[in-house]
Design a protein around this ligand. Structure first.
Ligand code: SF4
Ligand SMILES: [Zn+2]
Length: 331
């Protein structure tokens, strides 16, 4: 938990944006509810790039606190019909983190709200069970999306580089259960976890989009940004990690969209241009980040056409890093 006053009825963050759905673009309200935190992280098994535990509450909030946080976030709703995206810096469907009394009450209120067109919940796959999904579906009858941070389809990268602690088959199982309960699936992928060269990271995500496409309607590619207090931050300080180039992101998006034209593929380049976030040379960072944001809404790869002299340097880095890092992690 960060220093400062802890207000149990206040969410960790709320913002409005626009989201691309299969049938058009819609306003969205994103909220991060302040729970006691991801149970895996509290067990000392956090993921290498995840600093979310710093956003968690110092003591478990009550169901009433969590519903109050939700209402405070809903007060910031955009105009008209909108989509609600709920994150907890952990798993909404983990009963130890989000007591069902609170989770189901939140879903009931969303179901009753005529302006809410769609609801997205983020969770680890082990919490997507038939029983939990049946409870959710008895409560909320509108469009529901289960978002899962599968990060990559490569189990070695997910286990050894990210310490995520689950297998691709766990994601596949969760996706099947979500679909059986009339819900769609969003897969979050992570571009450039630690220990991968730039080229291996690019190839990993292009392949991962291909691999998740039968199991997800939407894919969101997170560009690894360095959060405080994480293992990745230690590596960055030692000079052993660089966040991905924004050119790597445009390359991945272009290849993945060309290969999977019907899949919604988005990316939000959080922290772009900073040393701790995805970056290029400094001069072109905001142009390239804007291009990625435009593409995420339009799904038109022509929006990714941006140029800067540093693109050649990136191409060299992609070639040389495979040699300088010795044996590649992924054959
Ligand atoms: S990335 Fe998700 S699963 Fe991993 S520690 Fe963070 S909240 Fe937990
Ligand atoms: Zn540049």
């Amino acid at each position: 938990m960060r220093k400062g006053t802890y207000l149990p009825n206040k969410p960790a963050a709320v913002w409005t944006s626009r989201d691309r759905l299969t049938d058009g673009v819609i306003g969205s309200l994103t909220m991060i509810l302040r729970t006691y935190g991801c149970s895996r992280c509290r067990d000392g098994q956090g993921c290498t790039m995840c600093g979310f535990i710093r956003d968690s509450a110092p003591t478990p909030p009550s169901p009433e606190n969590l519903v109050a946080q939700f209402e405070a976030a809903m007060a910031r709703r955009p105009e008209g019909r909108f989509m609600v995206k709920i994150f907890t810096s952990g798993s909404f469907l983990d009963a130890a983190e989000m007591p069902p009394a609170a989770g189901l009450e939140i879903l009931r209120r969303l179901d009753d709200d005529p302006d809410v067109a769609k609801v997205l919940l983020e969770t680890r796959p082990e919490f997507v069970t038939s029983e939990v999904m049946a409870d959710c579906r008895q409560t909320i009858h509108k469009k529901l999306e289960v978002a899962i941070g599968v990060e990559t389809s490569n189990d070695r990268i997910r286990l050894d580089c990210i310490n995520k602690g689950f297998l691709f088959e766990d994601f596949v199982r969760a996706s099947r259960i979500a679909h059986q309960h009339n819900s769609t699936v969003k897969a979050y992928l992570l571009l450039k976890p630690p220990f991968l060269s730039e080229g291996v990271a690019i190839r990993d995500i292009v392949k991962s989009v291909r691999d998740v496409s039968p199991y997800a309607e939407t894919v969101s590619i997170n560009l690894c940004n360095v959060q405080k207090g994480t293992f990745v931050e230690k590596l960055l300080r030692r000079g052993d990690y660089r966040p991905p180039w924004l050119w790597s992101a445009t390359s991945v998006l272009r290849q993945a969209k060309t290969e999977n034209p019907d899949l919604i593929i988005t990316s939000d380049p959080v922290g772009a241009g900073s040393r701790y976030g995805p970056h290029n040379c400094g001069r072109c960072d905001s142009d390239v980040a804007n291009a990625i944001n435009r593409f995420s809404i339009s799904q038109d790869t022509r929006d990714l056409r941006v140029m800067c002299d540093c693109k050649e340097l990136w191409q060299k880095a992609v070639e040389l890093e495979d040699i300088s890092y010795g044996a590649p992690l992924v054959s």
